[in-house]
Design a protein around this ligand. Structure first.
Ligand code: HDD
Length: 765
């Protein structure tokens, strides 16, 4: 588990009493706090397996099941895989002191074989990711609009409707294109896959952080992925769409246009996984007890708001903090903050669906919130990091086909294809149909069937019956009628002719792309244009750049296309034809600027100091920010203890050698002449401030600290020059001793996240 600080909150509250052993440092087989090295009894003393879990299901059910396979070597003897104690694991068995190794050395052979086979194929997409455990809990009586009395009227899925039920979940976040070892902060869609271990079986909601998708039919997926992955001849570039084959494909696939607008926007550069929306993307169905169905779109909304990084920052993070998003998730959970999302639904029936000017089965379309509001129905909390990355994050396997009664599929052709692909890909990754028996994938719900054998089978199925019907075993296991919880597919009436085509209703590729563009703020539009300049600027073939601008972007918005053309060396486009959309509709929910709640929780603040800092500034500011949930880190030239002017000391958490402004959300410089004078003489603190300014981050200085800002020369920025407090586009400065007002103004600037009303282009950072 990676963390800068020890866990502060009590994780035992999420576990059974059995695992909340006072002697145990964490609540499972971790070392004892007294250092005796004895592992807890949790793994051996717990009776039963998840498969015959007979107690009440609760949020800890999955953890209890996992406890059965957790292993901890603290205080134990080294053994072979087969339990034989090993006397020497450093020297192979040799014929004579300087002689060759002997074949009979079973320990050498076992150790080496295990090592040689310890990698499995990485996911063909979404290879790089991270994950966390938590729970989902429905709200009591959520408002689902006037059309329905309550949620039970539309779905029988208890996981969504029973407020007394906390369903354990495991969530994996990922980038799509890069391989397992690529950087976190690349421009890409992010995967947001949630496995709900419900009492009615596993439900996997395998979504993304953007609501539309690139293509309309699963048949096109291999082409899309081949085009965007490194080019097959030279294996370049890694984790990037910015190359000819991707934009060649895109420019010939107008259906991609809407998604491209999202991918060029800040949505593709999330500040943190905990600050990212999630979407089920497809239209799904909810089904009630009477077998009636409505359509649904699923939305995850993060409590901390939806925030982005800026491009220059992301490229620096590739080198300076390439695990930025992965580490961000681990760190906050370990430091005691449990990220939270609301699950919301957009509900609409077939008649409403027919009224829309798009087809709800077309995954390149969203249902605008201006048409159907998102109704929050429950919350998800992530509160536990994995113990073992491979066992949990790498081996977790999702499948959109995993649904529970009350949740069903639509005929979206992308979704239909996914229902095949995920099972198939797991066979490739695990080499066996028994991937569902791997601990992280096992349901907590009971399971009994006649599936048998195969590579790595874990279950020991008793008896001689593995078929149905049977009389020898009373025909067990029994089928379950729908009214008693058996899954029944929604009885949709289908009447069609076999045909390989694309429905006419999937034809409009630009109306929603334009809606997205219209809904962006000025700076968000500029970010999209800048991103297009980078991406298409990397495309060598002019005709591809031209097709993107003339055939796609120009049909979204002429001004947008013209601005893109300017930066990539092609002629500006002509006005688009009359048949192209000209509407000026907007959906405010699409702009991230409208998704900024007034909070600074979990924001990471760098406090720049050197010896001789103002003691009161440091302690008052730190507590004011930490009280609001921010995480303050002291950054100095070197690690070690720093002394204040009045004798207080602080330990530097980070030094300039290893820390950069890109890893922080905001910067504050306390006073103290000696400290500030020293920093004015150093390049790193000035660069730190300039770079944070360039990335539109809140920066603040108090007392003599303002001298550091003067030394940096921030363009067009007003700084306090007497006793006043000045807050100018997120630059907060104060020369007086009114620390409370200063901290408050800084806090407000942090809550805004980025200050786009700056002109940082001239800043050399
Ligand atoms: Fe997919 C993985 C999300 C379309 C085929 N997909 C994968 C993951 C996510 C998504 C989050 C990572 C799961 C994990 O963390 O293990 N995929 C989506 C979304 C899509 C989508 C939101 C469109 C709505 N995917 C899609 C299509 C196909 C696939 C159309 C193929 C027909 N996806 C796969 C896959 C992966 C996968 C090849 C790779 C690893 C895996 O499944 O488990 O089967």
């Amino acid at each position: 588990m990676t963390t800068d600080e020890p866990a502060e909150h009590d994780r035992t509250e999420n576990r059974s009493e059995e695992s909340a052993d006072d002697d145990v440092d964490t609540d499972r087989g971790a070392p004892r706090a007294d250092g005796s090295g004895e592992a807890s009894e949790s793994s051996s003393s717990r009776a039963g397996t998840g498969d015959d879990h007979d107690g009440e299901m609760d949020e800890s059910s999955k953890q209890e099941q996992l406890d059965e396979v957790r292993e901890n070597p603290v205080g134990e003897d080294l053994t072979s895989d087969h339990g034989v104690k090993i006397s020497d694991t450093d020297n192979s068995l040799k014929a004579g002191e300087r002689g060759p190794t002997i074949m009979e050395d079973f320990h050498f052979r076992e150790k080496m074989t295990q090592f040689d086979h310890e990698s499995i194929p990485e996911r063909v997409v979404h290879a790089r990711g991270t994950g966390a455990h938590g729970y989902f809990q429905p709200y009591e009586d959520p408002d689902v609009g006037d059309e329905y009395d309550d949620l039970e009227e539309v779905t029988k899925a208890k996981v969504l409707t029973d407020p007394d039920q906390k369903t354990p979940v495991f969530v994996r976040f990922s980038t799509v294109v890069g391989s397992r070892g690529s950087s976190d902060t690349v421009r890409d869609v992010r995967g947001f896959a949630t496995k709900f271990y419900t009492e009615e079986g596993n439900w996997d909601l395998v979504g993304n952080n953007m609501p539309p998708f690139f293509i309309q039919d699963a048949m096109e997926f291999p082409d899309l992925v081949h085009a965007i992955k490194p080019e097959p001849d030279d294996g370049m570039p890694q984790a990037s769409a910015a190359h000819d084959t991707f934009w060649d494909f895109a420019s010939l696939k107008p259906e991609i246009t809407h998604m491209i607008m999202w991918v060029l926007s800040g949505r593709a550069l999330p500040r943190a996984y905990r600050m990212m929306q999630g979407f089920g993307v497809h239209t799904f169905r909810l089904v009630n007890d009477d077998g009636e169905s409505v359509f649904v779109k699923f939305h995850w909304t993060p409590k901390l708001g939806t925030h982005q990084l800026v491009w220059d920052e992301t490229t620096k993070l590739w080198g300076k903090d390439s695990d930025f998003n992965r580490k961000g998730l681990y760190d906050v959970i370990e430091e005691g903050y449990d990220p939270e999302w609301e699950l919301g639904v957009q509900l609409f029936d077939e008649e409403q669906a027919e009224e829309f000017d798009f087809d709800v089965l077309d995954p390149t379309k969203i249902v605008p919130e201006t048409e159907v509001p998102v109704r929050p129905i429950g919350k998800m909390v992530l509160n536990e990091t994995p113990d073992n990355f491979f066992a949990e994050v790498e081996q977790v396997a999702f499948h959109p086909g995993n649904v529970v009664p009350g949740i069903d599929f639509s005929n979206d052709p992308l979704l239909q294809g996914r229902l095949f692909s995920y099972q198939d890909t797991q066979l490739n990754r695990f080499g066996s149909a028994n991937w569902d028996e791997i601990p992280i994938n096992r349901p907590v719900a009971e399971r009994h069937n006649n599936q048998r054998a195969g590579f790595m089978r874990q279950e020991i199925n008793e008896g001689n019956v593995s078929y149905k019907p049977n009389s020898i075993g009373d025909d067990d296991p029994q089928e379950v009628p729908e009214e008693e919880g058996g899954y029944e597919h929604y009885a949709e009436k289908i009447d069609g002719t076999k045909i390989r085509n694309r429905s006419d209703s999937f034809e409009d590729h630009f109306t929603q792309a334009r809606l997205f563009w219209n809904s962006m703020s000025g700076p968000e539009k500029q970010n999209i244009v800048d991103a297009a300049h980078f991406e298409l600027g990397k495309v060598e073939r002019v005709e591809i750049r031209e097709r993107m601008v003339y055939d796609l972007f120009n049909n979204v918005d002429h001004e947008f296309a013209t601005r893109v053309a300017e930066g990539i060396g092609i002629e500006p486009p002509e006005e688009p034809g009359d048949e192209m959309p000209t509407h000026d509709r907007e959906d405010p929910s699409l702009s991230m600027e409208n998704r900024t709640p007034d909070t600074i929780e979990t924001r990471k603040i760098a406090m720049l100091v050197d010896d001789g800092f103002d003691d009161e500034h440091v302690s008052t500011l730190r507590s004011a920010l930490e009280e609001e949930g921010a995480r303050v880190k002291v950054v100095s030239k070197l690690l070690g203890e720093k002394s204040g002017a009045d004798g207080e000391t602080v330990d530097a958490d980070k030094h300039h050698v290893a820390a950069a402004s890109v890893s922080f959300d905001a910067v504050v410089v306390p006073g103290g002449s000696e400290s500030v004078d020293a920093m004015v003489q150093q390049g790193d603190p000035k660069h730190f401030v300039a770079e944070a300014f360039k990335h539109y981050k809140p920066i603040a200085a108090v007392g003599e600290g303002t001298k550091l800002f003067e030394a940096v020369d921030l363009p067009d920025t007003e700084l306090a020059d007497d006793g006043d407090l000045v807050s100018d586009a997120g630059v907060v400065t104060c020369r007086s001793d009114d620390l409370e007002a200063f901290a408050e103004a800084f806090r407000d600037a942090i809550a805004e996240h980025r200050h786009w009303d700056r002109e940082p282009e001239e800043v050399p950072a």
